[in-house]
Ligand binder design. Structure first.
Ligand code: NAI
Length: 554
């Protein structure tokens, strides 16, 4: 291959200003002298050549002087749009600091203000306005090798409700985490907004709203549109895995059960949440002692998160040899209308397996006393419902009560870390959805675990991509949960942590990916043969943010 041709390949034939405008290729001030001469960049950059470390230092200095998180978010989005390698280097080297900005909680505000802070498009907008032409839209995407798609219709963005097309910030943020936490190649990621309108009046009346300004599509027209999207994905990106994200309750369960049998699909709000929470439970059991089959769970909230967690706990109990009916009997739910019991007439399809033969109870504390759970799991989206009485009752029933207060953001948490420890006499094994600062109780400093889905979905994605799995059965999430729990070290557990430190996330994602890929090979869900060194094979596929030398020495 000729030298000039090799050079051409490295930079897709781009030169000069075009190269600086391409976020995948742009290195900014880090273009070397040889590159500047060979690629027509002389004069277009200040003369001093920087290292990537110097560029990282410059970025950090700029981010840290921003006084609000939304400004930091805007800055980071802009960096991703102009110099992707540097963006990932900054995020990966400073994951604890950057994750709350590129993902929850700041991304929520980013979505609320999306139309107002909009600068440059990212991701694919598949709007109902363009129904009948979805294939054409997908064909417009500039990269052919798409392997992970995160798609939302924006109906239930985080705890913020219907944000219509402005929910695009979530697929973008999640895919950034796929790359940062698990090394999925950026060009293999495609964020998709399935824009079906919005019922959010404020957005409909906002002239800067970026979506199709119409009320939300429902019924068979909605289903046909989603079907058109899945058909187009199957045809144009047949190797892609599709993550359903932040769909409204009624659609999320329906779409998952409809598509998981026929496509490579999962729902992070249901299955990802299930896996991270089950991992937290396994990890908590290493502190409290006992097996999963010794536990009884009472959920506050029976939505996507609650049912997703219950379903995976059932998978876990069945793996320990428990019959399904008995496993379901270990999971109890209280929702906005009280205890989920057989006599209720307002239950949805997904509640029925958990509706027990029991008298109706309206109050959560009474439910705690009636059910006598070993663990309570808050996924109601309502702050403060784990009251002092609830936690004291749990501490009376159990020597080490497991208390997971998972609702986000912090203001919606069912209780704070401090309340859980204080009211249980320091005995609670606690995890939360939002981060809480360490708590000093008597002479101990307790560091709470954050039950964050980003421990799970990047690793699952990596395992699916690397193994070329064609389906994502629940068994993969069960394997992911076990693998995640096993990554927690004794030192981490000693201070109350039931999840690993976030700065080990790449190592954690590899462990999860291996476990997921093993399921694919064992279950025959791939045409690939299992590589002898599966871990090495997976590691070899991971993206690393280093600048490629475009003009190597002859
Ligand atoms: P959802 O809207 O599907 O379900 C909410 C459930 O809570 C419903 O069953 C509703 O009846 C119940 N509920 C509402 N108010 C209540 C009240 N006053 N008393 C009793 N029950 C009440 O929402 P989803 O997706 O299940 O999420 C719930 C919460 O879990 C959100 O705050 C979300 O941020 C959080 N979450 C946390 C995750 C994590 O930590 N890893 C992952 C996914 C969700």
């Amino acid at each position: 291959m000729s030298y000039v041709y090799r050079l051409h390949l490295h930079v897709n034939g781009k030169r000069g200003a075009d190269l600086l405008q391409d976020p995948h290729l742009n290195k900014g001030t880090a273009f070397t002298d040889r590159e500047r001469d060979a690629l027509g960049l002389r004069g277009l950059l200040p003369p001093r050549v920087s290292t990537i470390d110097q560029q990282v230092a410059r970025v950090l200095e700029n981010i840290r002087r921003k006084t609000s998180d939304i400004e930091k978010y805007i800055f980071l989005v802009a960096l991703q749009d102009r110099q992707e390698t540097l963006f990932y280097r900054v995020v990966m080297d400073n994951i604890e600091e950057m994750m709350p900005i590129i993902y929850t909680p700041t991304v929520g505000q980013g979505c609320v203000e999306f139309g107002h802070i909009f600068r440059r498009p990212r991701g694919l907008y598949v709007s109902y306005k363009n129904r009948g032409r979805v294939r054409e839209l997908l064909n417009n995407w500039p990269y052919r090798g798409v392997r992970v798609i995160v798609v939302t219709d924006g109906e239930r963005i985080l705890g913020l409700g219907d944000l219509g097309a402005q929910g695009m910030g979530i697929p973008i943020g999640k895919l950034s985490l796929y790359t940062a936490c698990a090394g999925i190649q950026p060009t293999q990621c495609m964020p998709v907004m399935l824009d079906c309108g919005t019922d959010n009046e404020a957005l409909l009346n906002d002239p800067l709203y970026i979506g199709y300004p119409s009320v939300r599509l429902r019924g068979s027209a909605y289903d046909e549109f989603v079907e058109e999207f899945f058909d187009a994905v199957e045809e144009i990106f047949p190797k892609a895995c599709v993550q359903l994200e932040d769909f409204g309750n009624a659609n999320a369960f329906r779409l998952l059960s409809k598509y998981m049998e026929r496509a490579c699909v999962f729902d992070d709000d249901i299955q990802g949440t299930g896996a991270v929470t089950l991992a937290g439970i396994y990890s908590a059991l290493r502190i409290t002692g006992g097996r999963l089959s010794d536990q009884k769970f009472l959920f506050l909230g029976a939505g996507e998160a609650g049912i997703g967690i219950g379903d995976l706990i059932v998978t876990g109990l069945m793996a320990e040899g428990m019959p399904e009916a008995e496993a379901r009997a270990r999971c109890w739910y209280v929702d906005i209308r009280g205890l989920v019991v057989k006599s209720r007439t307002d239950l949805s399809h997904h509640h029925l397996p958990y509706a027990h033969d029991h008298a109706a109870i309206g109050d959560f504390r009474q439910a705690v006393e009636a059910v006598q759970p070993t663990a309570i799991i808050g996924v109601s989206g309502v702050g403060g419902l784990f009251t002092r009485q609830v936690i004291e009752a749990m501490a009376q029933i159990n020597h080490r009560p497991i208390i997971f207060s998972l609702s986000n953001p912090t203001s919606k948490s069912e209780c704070t870390a401090e309340e859980a420890y204080k009211w249980s006499g320091g005995r609670a094994v606690f995890a939360s959805g939002s981060p809480f600062p360490p708590v000093t109780y008597e002479d101990r400093t307790l560091i709470t675990g954050q039950s964050n889905n980003s421990y799970i979905f990047p690793g699952v994605g990596l395992g699916v991509v690397a193994s070329e799995a064609t389906r994502i059965p629940d068994e993969m999430f069960f394997a992911a949960a076990k693998a995640l729990a096993e990554t927690v070290t004794d030192e981490e557990r000693a201070v109350g942590r039931i999840f690993p430190k976030l700065d080990r996330i790449r190592e954690v994602s590899i462990a999860i990916a291996v476990a997921v890929a093993e399921v694919a090979f064992r279950r025959g869900l791939t045409k690939l043969h299992r590589p002898a060194d599966l871990t090495g094979y997976i590691k070899g596929k991971m993206y690393v943010p280093v600048y490629e030398d475009y003009v190597p020495k002859l």
